[in-house]
Design a protein around this ligand. Structure first.
Ligand code: GLU
Length: 301
């Protein structure tokens, strides 16, 4: 195993590096604006760098042009990134190297089980293909999960527990249809970009367990995690591109920005609404208090 070269170097975790990682499957809506604002303010108030990564590994789900539209919206809302935007579609060589590394070091295996088969056996994958030594043809690749994470400490939600069956599952890192899985791409890029803290919505709490297992398997330090409440509709649905949440207004960003600060418990003073976007951002960086963000997994709008 020592002869297999590890493809990922990691810079020492010293200064703060945060990121916002939208998928270009639609325009930004209020829910994703809140995640962008929280990650930006947490980075800036820690004198850190804020990076933007476009997670475009799932071509079929993409909305053409939405990457540019998202970047324009971030700028219109006064959030400027500190390094060139990273596109996951340009990271394929690295993802492939990491997959090869995991295969060569026997920390992954091929699986031909269908979704229907897994559903039939209770919804959790039970390792059916683990000892079959299938070759990599028309199969998915799963991580051999030697480091299940049943819990972790979230910077806002505190101690978070995961169902053991879910935590120990050998999850997919390369899909049968040939696409790299989100779990693999996100972990590789968080290492590659030297991210020290991830601030994102509570819809991604559960995948954190898998991501922590993957960091451990790759023997790289995981970032800290902060999961902020999700904006949900009156009926309890997550605002998302899929349920066509209205895009936010690039021409008139002040009200949305103030609403996002309000949602995040930052109590923006009423007179702030008459200020420019840049002044609102300056105020927000100066007054940002993570501990004032409601410790809830969702908030009804
Ligand atoms: N690209 C993911 C999304 O838009 C976010 C990934 C992450 O923040 O880890 O839901």
């Amino acid at each position: 195993m020592h002869s297999i070269k590890h493809p990922l170097n990691q810079r020492p975790h010293s200064s703060y590096r945060g990121r916002f990682a939208p998928s270009p499957s639609g325009l930004l809506h209020f829910g994703s604006l809140v995640a962008a604002v929280a990650s930006f303010l947490q980075a800036k108030s820690n004198a850190g760098n804020w990076l933007v990564r476009i997670e475009d590994i799932d071509k079929p789900r993409e909305m053409p042009g939405s990457d540019k539209a998202i970047l324009n919206t971030l700028e219109a809302y006064g959030m400027h990134w500190d390094e060139p935007v990273l596109y996951q579609s340009e990271q394929a060589v690295l993802y492939r190297d990491v997959l090869n590394y995991l295969q060569a070091s026997q920390q992954s295996y091929c699986c031909r089980c269908t979704r229907a088969q897994i559903k039939k056996s209770g919804g959790i994958y039970l390792g059916t293909c683990k000892f079959l030594h299938l070759d990599n043809f028309d199969t998915a690749i799963r991580l051999l999960n030697k480091f299940p994470h049943n819990e972790f400490i979230d910077g806002l939600q505190g101690q978070v527990h995961f169902d053991h069956a879910l935590a120990q599952e050998d999850f997919i890192i390369h899909r049968r249809d040939g696409l790299f899985a989100y779990q693999l791409a996100v972990v590789v890029d968080d290492i590659y970009q030297g991210i020290t803290e991830v601030v994102r919505g509570c819809d991604l709490l559960e995948p954190t367990s898998r991501q922590l297992s993957l960091f451990k398997t790759l023997n790289r330090q995981a970032p800290a995690y902060v999961h902020i409440p999700l904006a949900v509709t009156d009926e309890g649905y997550k605002l998302s591109k899929q349920n066509a949440a209205p895009a936010i207004d690039d021409q008139n960003p002040q009200p949305g920005l103030i609403q996002a600060l309000d949602f995040l418990g930052q109590a923006p003073p009423p007179e702030l609404q008459f200020e420019s976007v840049d002044s609102i951002i300056v105020w927000a960086i100066k007054h940002w208090q993570l501990r004032n963000v409601p410790q809830k997994t969702e908030i009804h709008l």
